[in-house]
Design a protein around this ligand. Structure first.
Ligand code: FE2
Length: 388
C-alpha cells in the first residue's frame, strides 16, 4: 500500500493568487524574501486579498537566500507574538522553506534544531496554524513537498528537513507571479525542476504516480524552459514551467531523489553555487553513472524522442547550454587547490545525505569523488560502460 502525499488543495493558472480572497481564518503570518515580491506588487496584492477575506496580516520579510536556522527562530518568535492561524510562504523557495521551519518552532517552541535533521522527526503540526505556499520561482516544488532546506553556514552543510508534516495545506501556482523572475534564476530553477523529474523517475522507489508526473514534467521543461528564459513575459511559458515544477515536486515527494541532490547540497552550502545550477552540472554525469544500475532511462528519453541514457544526458547538456548555464564547477570559479582540499569533506557529507539512500545505484565515497572530479573539470564521467 502506498499513499500519495500532495498539498491539500492546489490552485493553478494565471491569476490564481486571487484565491486568497476565499481563505477562512483570522490571522495570517506572511513570510517573504528580500524585495522582489514587494517590487513586483505581488506581496501587496496577496495582503489585500487576505484582508478582503477578513484576515489580519503580519509580514515578515528579508528571508535570505539559503536561510539559516537563526532566521527560523527569529520568525518563530514573531509568530509566537502574533499567534497566526495561517502561515503564508510567498516568494522563492528560501522564503517558503524558512516559513515551514518557523512553523515547526511556532507550534513546538521547545524543539531543538538538531532533532529535526533525522528524516521524519518533525512533531505533529496544525495545532495552531495551517500553511499556504505561493512560489515565485519554478523549480523546487516546495509548494507540494514535505521538505525544507536549511543551511548551517558555520559547518558549510545544507540540511534537508524531511517530513510529510511540512507538506502545505494549500498551494497556489500562479505563473503570472514569475514574470519578474530574472533570466538566470529562471534557468537555474527550471533545471532544478528537470532534475527532480529525472531523479524521482529512476529512484529506487517504484511509484506509477511519480513516474507519470516525472515524464510529464520533463516534457514540459524541454518544451518551455528556453522560451521562459528568453521571453520572460510569455505567461503561458511561465505557467507551464510553474506547473512542471509542481509536477516534479509531487513526483519526488513520493519517490524521492538521488545523488545529484546529495552532491549538489554540499557545493551549495560550501561555495554558494545556486542549487539548480549545481544540479545541472551533476545531472548528465549522474545519469551516465546510474545507467548501469537501472533500465528506466530509455523510457524517459523516449518522452523527448530519444533512445538511450547517453542521449538523454547529452540533451540535458544541450538544454543547459541553451539556457546559458555553466557546465563545470571550475567555471563557477572554485580553485583547484580549494577543490582538492575540500573534496573528502564534501564527498563524505554527500554520502550521508538522505537523498543518497534513494539513488538507483548503491554508491561509495570513492565513486562520489570520481563524479565530483569529472564535474569539477566538466568532462564526461566514463568510469563505467554506458549500457542503456
Ligand atoms: Fe532540487
Amino acid at each position: 500500500m502506498s499513499k500519495l502525499f500532495v498539498a491539500g488543495e492546489v490552485f493553478h493558472g494565471p491569476g490564481s493568487l486571487e484565491e486568497l480572497k476565499n481563505i477562512k481564518g483570522k490571522k495570517a503570518f506572511v513570510v517573504t524574501g528580500g524585495s522582489s515580491m514587494k517590487k513586483s506588487g505581488t506581496l501587496d496584492k496577496a495582503v489585500a486579498f487576505l484582508n478582503e477575506a477578513g484576515i489580519e496580516t503580519f509580514v515578515f520579510d528579508g528571508v535570505e537566500e539559503d536561510p539559516s536556522s537563526a532566521t527560523s527562530f527569529k520568525g518563530a518568535e514573531a509568530m509566537l507574538a502574533f499567534q497566526p492561524d495561517w502561515i503564508v510562504g510567498i516568494g522563492g523557495c528560501s522564503a517558503i522553506d524558512a516559513a515551514k521551519t518557523m512553523w515547526i518552532f511556532y507550534e513546538h517552541p521547545e524543539t531543538e534544531f538538531d532533532s529535526l535533521i533525522k528524516p521524519f522527526s518533525v512533531p505533529v503540526l496544525r495545532n495552531k496554524a495551517k500553511f499556504i505556499a505561493i512560489p515565485s520561482t519554478s523549480g523546487t516544488g516546495t509548494e507540494t513537498t514535505g521538505l525544507a532546506v536549511i543551511t548551517d553556514r558555520e559547518k558549510g552543510v545544507k540540511y534537508p528537513i524531511v517530513s510529510y508534516e511540512l507538506t502545505p495545506d494549500i498551494a497556489i501556482i500562479d505563473g503570472q507571479i514569475c514574470a519578474s523572475m530574472p533570466a538566470h534564476v529562471t534557468s537555474n530553477t527550471g533545471l532544478d525542476a528537470l532534475t527532480h523529474c529525472v531523479e524521482a523517475y529512476v529512484s529506487n522507489i517504484d511509484d506509477n504516480f511519480a513516474d507519470v508526473l516525472s515524464k510529464g514534467g520533463l516534457e514540459i521543461v524541454f518544451d518551455n524552459l528556453e522560451e521562459a528564459v528568453k521571453n520572460p513575459t510569455n505567461i503561458a511559458a511561465r505557467q507551464n514551467m510553474h506547473d512542471a515544477s509542481f509536477m516534479g515536486g509531487l513526483a519526488f515527494n513520493n519517490a524521492w531523489l538521488g545523488i545529484v541532490h546529495s552532491l549538489s547540497h554540499q557545493v551549495g552550502a560550501l561555495y554558494g553555487i545556486p542549487h539548480g545550477c549545481a544540479n545541472a552540472i551533476f545531472l548528465p554525469n549522474v545519469i551516465r553513472y546510474n545507467s548501469v544500475a537501472t533500465n528506466k532511462f530509455p523510457s524517459l528519453a523516449k518522452v523527448i524522442g530519444l533512445q538511450t541514457a547517453e542521449e538523454l544526458a547529452q540533451a540535458i547538456e544541450g538544454l543547459r547550454k541553451r539556457v546559458n548555464n555553466i557546465s563545470s564547477l571550475k567555471e563557477f570559479g572554485i580553485s583547484k587547490e580549494d577543490w582538492d582540499k575540500n573534496l573528502d569533506y564534501i564527498a563524505n557529507n554527500a554520502f550521508i545525505d538522505p537523498c543518497t539512500g534513494f539513488n538507483p545505484r548503491v554508491t561509495s565515497v570513492e565513486e562520489l569523488k570520481d563524479i565530483y572530479n569529472a564535474c569539477y573539470e566538466g568532462v564526461v564521467y566514463a568510469n563505467d560502460a554506458v549500457l542503456n
